[in-house]
Design a binder for this molecule. Sequence first.
Ligand SMILES: CC(C)(COP(=O)(O)OP(=O)(O)OC[C@H]1O[C@@H](n2cnc3c(N)ncnc32)[C@H](O)[C@@H]1OP(=O)(O)O)[C@@H](O)C(=O)NCCC(=O)NCCS
Length: 159
Amino acid sequence: MEIIPYDPVYAEGLRPLLEDFERNTAKEKFIEPEVAMALSDLERGVDRALLAVDQAQVIGFLVGHYYRNQADKFRVPRTLEIAMVYVDQHYRKRGIGRKLTSQLIDDVSLREQLKVLKIISCIEDCNKPSIALHKSMGFRSSGSYSDGGRNYLVLRKSL
Ligand SMILES: CC(C)(COP(=O)(O)OP(=O)(O)OC[C@H]1O[C@@H](n2cnc3c(N)ncnc32)[C@H](O)[C@@H]1OP(=O)(O)O)[C@@H](O)C(=O)NCCC(=O)NCCS
């Protein structure tokens, strides 16, 4: 298994994982538009994305982007958001989520020209695996909010 930057040759392999991620986070009718938009953003290089690839198969991914506030209006300076982190169900609890997250942290810490000082992640409060993953990597709670009947924790890590 290796962690690589997003490469368009894996777009079709990534699609079912994106669909599953959206199934868990979006309403049914929004799955297709959200997946299409995520793939288009990746294609245009809007987001920083990493893939976990095993024998040419995509088994996990992480998408980070420059954070805009919850109303999506204002870019928050020097802050990167982990918008999605996902590992194929058959490969969970083998350290892949941790490797994806730690690779993102290393990448943005090493590239000083990006000037990222904080990484945040907004996670539904019932998502125990993801909250545990982030906390084990040094993210700390820094607030919460509700949206569409769901409650989210904001987790933050300073670099
Ligand atoms: C969250 C997710 C990415 C974790 O990926 P993973 O590869 O299974 O995680 P790892 O094996 O790297 O685990 C790292 C740490 O996360 C925590 N963790 C992972 N799965 C857990 C679980 N089921 N229960 C409790 N803690 C868990 C543990 O602290 C673990 O460290 P440990 O193994 O030393 O105890 C994966 O469960 C997933 O894809 N979930 C669905 C998508 C999602 O909810 N994403 C987050 C919303 S943005």
